[in-house]
Design a protein around this ligand. Structure first.
Ligand SMILES: Cc1ncc(COP(=O)(O)O)c(C=O)c1O
Length: 486
C-alpha cells in the first residue's frame, strides 16, 4: 500500500501544517466527529436525504449554509471548487456566448469554456514585476471590456488570488450589474471572509450572482469540499441544479457533506472569535518575522488591489537571499510544510485551527534558518540576484497584448494536434495553455496564434532560469502542442 504508507509517513513526521486542508490534520474537528467518520459513510437511505433532490437533512444544511454565507441559495459540492466553477459557468452562459475571463484564472475556468463552448474575452491582470506576482484585473479594465463586448454575458472574477490579493470587487459588481451582466466569482480562497468585519468584502457581500468557495482551503472541512452560492434575481437556479446533477457523482460522500455542515457550524458559532485570535496571532508573528528580516505582504501597493487577506501569510524572502523553493525545502526539513512557493515568496495557509503554538514554531524555525542562511546562502546570492534582475527586465517587457484568437477553446480542444518545437511554432495555433513562470500566466491560451515575439520571450525566460509550462522538454527540444494544418 504505497500511498497509505506515504501518508502514514507524513503523519509520523508530525509536521506543522501551513497547507490545506484547513482542518489541519483533524484539529478542526471534535474527537466525537472523527470517531464516527467511518460510520457516517453511508448512502441515500431513509433519513440521509439526497444531494441531487434534497428535501430533508441536506436541504436544511444547505439552507443554513446560505444564511451563514450571505447567499439566497447554497449547494454542497463534493468535487471541489473545480466542479462549482464548471457548473456556475455552464449554467450561466449558453453555448456560443461570451464571458469576460481574467487570464490568471484557474484551469477549471478554461475547462468550463471547453465544456460549455463559451467564448472567452480575456482581460490581462496586473503584474508586479519586482515580485513576479500576478495581481488582479481593475474595474476600469472590466468597463473597457464591456464597452468592447456589450454582448458578453458577464464576468468571472478570481477573488482573492492565491496570495490573498483582493480585487475591487464591489466596484466591479456595480459596473457589471449596471450593464445588466452577471458577476460570477471564484472565491475558492475566501470562504472565511463573511465571518469577520476586518476581512475583505466577500463575493456575497459585493452582490455576486453566483460564487464558489473551497471549504477545504480555509475552513475546517475535508479535501474536495466546496460550496456554490447564489443570489436570486438574474440566475435560473433550475439550470444550476440540473448542471450540478450532471457534474457531481450520484454517490456523493456523506463524510464530505457532513464536513461542509460542520465547517458552516463552526464558523457561524465561533468564527468571529477564532478569526480575531488568528489575526492577532498573525500580527505578532509578522512582527517577529520582520525583526528576523523576513517581511510579509502587508501593505497594499497596487492600484488594482483593494485589500489583502490578513490570514494569508506570504513571506517575502528577498532580504535573506533565498528563493521560495529553497525555503520550502528547508522549512520541511525543520518540520514545517507550507502551501506553495515561488521565486521570492513562501505562501502559508493559516486557518482558524492554527494557534499561537504553530506560529511560535514557525518563528523559531525561521530564526534558526536565518543563522544558517548567513553561512550558506550568501555565497550564491550574487548569481541569483543577477538572474532576478534579468528576469525583472524581461518580465517588464512582456507584452500586455492579448494574442489573436483563431479558434474557441472548444474548437482547439477537439481539433487534431501535433507537437512541434517551440522555436518553429510561429504562425501555428496553440492547442494548450502555454507560458512561463515568471510571470506565471499563459502567454498563449488554447486557440491563439503563436507569434515570433512570444516564442522569443518564452525561450529567453527559460534561458534565464524560469520554467515553462504546457511545454514538454524532449531530446528534440521544447515541444508545443499545436493544431494540425489541414
Ligand atoms: C483560484 C482557484 N480556483 C479554483 C480552484 C479549484 O479548487 P478545488 O481544488 O477546490 O477544486 C483552485 C485550487 O487551487 C484555486 O486556487
Amino acid at each position: 500500500m504505497p500511498l497509505v504508507k506515504s501518508l502514514l509517513d507524513y503523519i509520523s513526521e508530525k509536521n506543522v501544517r501551513f497547507h490545506m486542508p484547513g482542518h489541519k490534520g483533524g484539529k478542526g474537528f471534535s474527537p466525537e466527529f472523527l470517531k464516527n467518520l467511518a460510520g457516517m459513510d453511508i448512502t441515500e437511505i431513509p433519513g440521509s436525504d439526497n444531494l441531487h433532490y434534497p428535501e430533508g437533512a441536506i436541504a436544511e444544511a444547505q439552507h443554513l449554509a446560505a444564511r451563514a454565507f450571505g447567499a439566497d441559495r447554497s449547494y454542497f459540492l463534493v468535487n471541489g471548487s473545480t466542479c462549482g466553477i464548471h457548473a456556475m459557468i455552464m449554467a450561466a452562459c449558453p453555448p456560443g456566448s461570451k464571458l469576460l475571463v481574467p487570464r490568471n484564472c484557474h484551469k477549471s475556468v478554461w475547462n468550463a469554456l471547453i465544456l460549455g463552448d463559451i467564448q472567452p474575452v480575456y482581460i490581462q491582470p496586473g503584474y508586479d514585476a519586482s515580485r513576479h506576482i500576478i495581481t488582479q484585473i481593475s474595474p476600469r479594465q472590466v468597463e473597457e471590456a464591456l464597452d468592447s463586448h456589450p454582448d458578453a454575458v458577464g464576468l468571472i472574477l478570481v477573488h482573492p488570488n492565491y496570495y490573498g490579493m483582493c480585487s475591487h470587487i464591489e466596484e466591479i459588481a456595480r459596473i457589471v450589474h449596471s450593464r445588466g451582466k452577471l458577476l460570477l466569482v471564484d472565491e475558492a480562497h475566501g470562504d472565511h471572509f463573511p465571518f469577520h468585519p476586518d476581512l475583505p468584502p466577500s463575493a456575497g457581500e459585493a452582490g455576486a450572482d453566483l460564487w464558489v468557495q473551497s471549504a477545504h482551503k480555509t475552513l475546517p472541512a475535508f479535501t474536495q469540499t466546496a460550496y456554490l452560492h447564489g443570489r436570486e434575481g438574474r440566475i435560473d437556479f433550475s439550470r444550476v441544479e440540473e448542471t450540478l446533477r450532471m457534474l457531481q457523482s450520484t454517490s456523493p460522500s456523506y463524510i464530505l457533506m457532513a464536513s461542509l455542515d460542520w465547517a458552516r457550524n463552526v464558523m457561524e458559532i465561533c468564527g468571529r472569535q477564532l478569526l480575531a485570535n488568528l489575526m492577532n496571532n498573525l500580527n505578532e508573528t509578522r512582527n517577529e518575522l520582520e525583526k528576523l528580516g523576513i517581511p510579509s505582504l502587508r501593505e497594499i501597493c497596487w492600484d488594482e488591489i483593494s485589500a489583502l487577506d490578513p490570514t494569508r501569510l506570504v513571506l517575502d524572502l528577498r532580504n535573506i537571499n533565498m528563493t521560495g523553493y529553497e525555503a520550502e525545502k528547508i522549512l520541511r526539513k525543520h518540520g514545517i510544510q507550507i502551501e506553495m512557493s515561488d521565486w521570492y515568496h513562501a505562501v502559508l495557509i493559516c486557518t482558524v485551527v492554527d494557534t499561537q503554538r504553530e506560529m511560535d514554531a514557525l518563528v523559531k524555525v525561521c530564526s534558526s534558518i536565518i543563522e544558517d542562511t548567513e553561512n550558506k546562502f550568501s555565497t550564491i546570492s550574487d548569481k541569483r540576484n543577477a538572474i532576478n534582475r534579468l528576469i525583472s527586465d524581461i518580465s517588464l517587457s512582456i507584452s500586455r497584448e492579448i494574442p489573436k484568437q483563431m479558434l474557441s477553446p472548444r474548437e482547439a480542444f477537439y481539433s487534431k494536434t501535433v507537437k512541434v518545437p517551440l522555436k518553429e511554432s510561429m504562425g501555428r495555433i496553440s492547442a494548450a495553455a502555454i507560458g512561463a513562470y515568471p510571470p506565471g500566466i499563459p502567454r498563449y491560451c488554447p486557440g491563439e496564434l503563436i507569434e515570433a515575439e512570444g516564442i522569443d520571450e518564452l525561450l529567453h525566460i527559460k534561458k534565464l532560469g524560469g520554467t515553462l509550462f504546457g511545454i514538454s522538454t524532449t531530446e528534440a527540444g521544447d515541444m508545443v502542442s499545436v493544431i494540425e494544418e489541414s
